[in-house]
Design a binder for this molecule. Structure first.
Ligand code: SAH
Ligand code: MG
Length: 198
């Protein structure tokens, strides 16, 4: 399994929370226009986005982190099959604590445990290159951030609060500027403020 359509099909059949179709399309546009040379992804799943990135950009270096060992093993196999193993480094472990190559990243994509986004942001934003972009997925949390009354589940309610808190954190951050796009499940685009003066 290696081409993007097959990965998409696998993701849907196995209920893997891969990016929604329009978010995937948007990410591909970002790869094409921004040409990141380095891309860090928090939450690999089956490596569909990383493989899509390497398909579009033949000089990109990708680091992608996955905590779930079964998911990581599917991802590892997919990366091998894709032929991009030289450009995609999969790191298995918890993104809150694993060691990652100490590079400057042109693009960072946060798409993992929704309760941990602020931790991920605080840990990885110092690795953002000047002029770089941080993308965070699931800012609507399936519409629940706007309509928290739609669930009675306490765990879900807790996650809704944390997504909302992360959005407030981004919004109020003195050093970063964020726009939330109504694409898929909500994509936040974040840039460092002083970048706009360069
Ligand atoms: N980025 C993928 C989808 C990721 S789904 C895509 O675009 O297709 C979210 C993934 O994050 C899941 O596979 C989950 O196991 C992983 N994850 C959750 N918490 C994590 C953590 N703390 N560190 C690393 N990966 C994590
Ligand atoms: Mg997501």
């Amino acid at each position: 399994m290696s081409n993007i359509d097959e990965l998409t099909r696998y993701g849907i059949v196995h209920l893997v929370p891969i990016l929604q179709a329009d978010s995937m399309e948007y990410m591909e546009k970002l790869f094409e226009t921004l040409h990141p040379k380095t891309f860090l992804e928090i939450g690999t799943a089956i490596a569909r986005t990383s493989i899509a990135c390497a398909t579009i950009l033949d000089d990109v270096k990708i680091v992608t982190i996955e905590k779930n060992p079964e998911m990581a093993s599917v991802a590892r196999q997919n990366i091998l099959n894709s032929g991009f193993a030289d450009r995609i480094t999969l790191i298995e472990g918890d993104a809150r604590e694993v060691e990652v190559p100490d590079w400057k990243y042109d693009m960072i994509f946060i798409d993992a445990a929704k309760g941990q986004y602020q931790r991920f942001f605080e840990r990885y934003s110092p690795m953002l290159n000047e002029g770089g972009l941080i993308v965070s997925d699931n800012m609507f949390f399936h519409g629940l951030v706007e309509h928290p009354e739609r669930t009675n589940n306490r765990h879900t309610k807790g996650l809704i609060k944390r997504v909302q808190r992360y959005r407030d954190f981004l919004d109020q951050h003195p050093d970063y500027e964020t726009t939330i796009l109504e694409v898929g499940d909500g994509l936040a685009l974040t840039r460092r403020k002083d970048d706009s003066h360069v």
